[in-house]
Design a protein around this ligand. Sequence first.
Ligand code: G4P
Ligand code: NA
Ligand code: NA
Length: 194
Amino acid sequence: MNFLEERILKDGIVKEGNVLKVDSFLNHQMDIALFDEIGKEFKRRFAGKNINKILTIEASGIGIACVAAQHFHVPVVFAKKAKSINLEGEMYVAEVESFTHKCKNQVIVAQKFLSAKDHVLIIDDFLANGCALQGLIQLVQSAEAAVEGIGIVIEKGFQSGGRMIRNLGYQLESLAIVDSMDAEKGTIVFREQG
Ligand code: G4P
Ligand code: NA
Ligand code: NA
């Protein structure tokens, strides 16, 4: 078991409806020493990749991406969620469907911050159905930039996003993959990773 899986077992709370609450250390209160370990591990897993930019999405991705960026020495760009866009300047726009919130949103990035010269590492906190990730990939493609890899903190392996993204051929590294969890028993089963 790795450091993150240990922390999830210690402080994560399994809620009804297959929701894992990690707000005491990941996406509300944030343990920055843990974020630093996460950043270090992303750096290790994407060693040898030529990465000059990290792309994430507001809100919970930003803190993780910023701490990780200190290990890559690159800037972070975060995609903004927009209900209705007023196109101030040139923007890349992608549609993102949220299963949790049952709505469609647009995610946007200013064209001046993503270009064909960029080699991008995408980072986010959760991967479930992969809708947010598909939106981020679409933004990178719109810029004709390259997706060098995707780093996720917690993947819900029983939802379809991970398989879909790996089938597209991307190097997707999830530091913890939850294969199942049980709210009543409070148990979490992680996928063995090599
Ligand atoms: P998807 O992008 O993978 O398809 O995810 P989905 O629509 O199912 O999830 C919507 C939001 O819920 C995402 O945050 C995602 O990170 C989060 N999420 C999904 N499953 C869990 C879970 O088990 N636990 C927790 N804590 N979060 C989960 P968001 O609302 O888009 O972003 P943010 O503003 O919170 O960063
Ligand atoms: Na997120
Ligand atoms: Na979230």
